[in-house]
Design a protein around this ligand. Structure first.
Ligand code: ADP
Ligand code: MG
Length: 319
């Protein structure tokens, strides 16, 4: 059985500038996530990839109950949770853990590392001993003396390690990491991703990694989904998608983050143009205004989801 089973998930926001919209008789809200489906097994990693504004963080916020969905189903550990009560969430929040973009920078600079990593325990009324802090630090490869340090005494990589330790404090079944490597040097990014993979091998935690950098997820995810304007445009086993992207957007993203090997870069087509807004969606395929392979009917209708074995895509003229 899958740990997480998301089916046709829809999420709406009330738009900003509502009064102006009302005067122009435009709708008051819009769909930021329009029917995404995926499954995640225990011990597996899913990469959610897409440019800024595609709806990745919105999905994360809904998975951990901070934002209500407007349709579809979310099953976690066998139970529907999209309509869970506040009381259910008390328990669910211990089983799902979120690692935010800047996990330590956003926390109090006055707390020691010991206090930071054991805070989730204290919030849930559990004992937060020094021994527990040292155990959590050892999980992420930091020596015991780090327990007494303050956030400003940590490097970027060490701060992310502390963020991972904190996210593991309650031994969650699911860890959601939203841009866990944003703002780090390339070498440190690799270090943080390797750490997540190591932690997973030891604890069996399932991980959702959110990123706008497709190449980063190559070595640490089993499955990946590429998002564009609130929809999955392609999804499947990571290796298959890297070996042969079928959707032009996937290919463009891959080529926008080229591997160092110049041979692999021959037909480099940069991804140009702005990401359109989900408030004012293009007609037809969301990606057609930026697609170098677009044909006239791509503007006329939204392509269906097409499954091909373990993978699928949403393109009428796949590569
Ligand atoms: N609180 C909010 N109110 C209204 N619109 C929002 C809100 N949060 C995000 N959005 C919009 O929803 C879309 C998806 O945003 P987000 O999930 O943050 O994307 P990503 O994480 O992929 O960058 C964007 O168009 C964004 O402007
Ligand atoms: Mg985001």
């Amino acid at each position: 059985m899958s740990l997480l089973e998301v089916t046709d998930l829809r999420i709406r926001y009330v738009r900003q500038g509502r009064l102006k919209a009302a005067l122009r008789r435009e709708p008051r809200d819009f769909e930021a996530v329009c029917g995404v489906s995926f499954q995640l097994d225990p011990g597996q990693t899913l990469g959610l990839v897409g440019e800024s504004g595609s709806g990745k963080s919105t999905i994360a916020r809904t998975l951990i109950g901070l934002k209500k969905s407007s349709g579809g189903s979310i099953r976690f550990d066998g139970a529907e949770i999209s309509d869970a009560s506040a009381r259910d969430w008390g328990r669910l929040r211990r089983e799902m853990s979120m690692m935010w973009q800047d996990p330590v920078g956003s926390l109090s600079p006055r707390l020691t590392v010991k206090a930071l990593v054991t805070e989730p325990l204290r919030i849930n009324g559990m004992k937060a001993s020094r021994a527990e802090a040292v155990r959590l630090l050892s999980l992420v490869g930091l020596p015991p003396e780090f327990a007494n340090r303050y956030p400003h005494q940590l490097s970027g990589g060490q701060a992310r390690r502390v963020g991972v330790a904190r996210a593991l404090a309650l031994d969650p079944k699911l860890l959601i990491a939203d841009e866990p490597t944003a703002g780090l040097d390339m070498s440190v990014q690799g270090e943080v991703l390797n750490l997540l993979a190591e932690v997973q091998a030891r604890s069996g935690v399932a991980i959702v990694i959110i990123t706008h950098n497709l190449n980063l997820v190559r070595h640490v995810t089993d499955q990946m989904a590429i998002m564009y304007l609130g929809r999955f445009v392609e999804q499947g086993p990571t290796e298959q998608i890297f070996a042969q992207p079928r959707h032009p957007y996937t290919k463009a993203l891959l080529e926008a983050n080229p591997e160092p090997d110049p041979e692999a870069r021959q037909d480099y087509v940069p991804l140009s143009g702005e990401v359109p807004s989900p408030v004012n969606r293009p007609t037809g395929c969301d990606f057609h205004p930026r697609c170098v392979h677009a044909r006239p009917d791509c503007a006329a209708r939204v392509p269906d989801w097409t499954e091909e074995g373990a993978r699928g895509h949403r393109c009428m003229y796949p590569l």
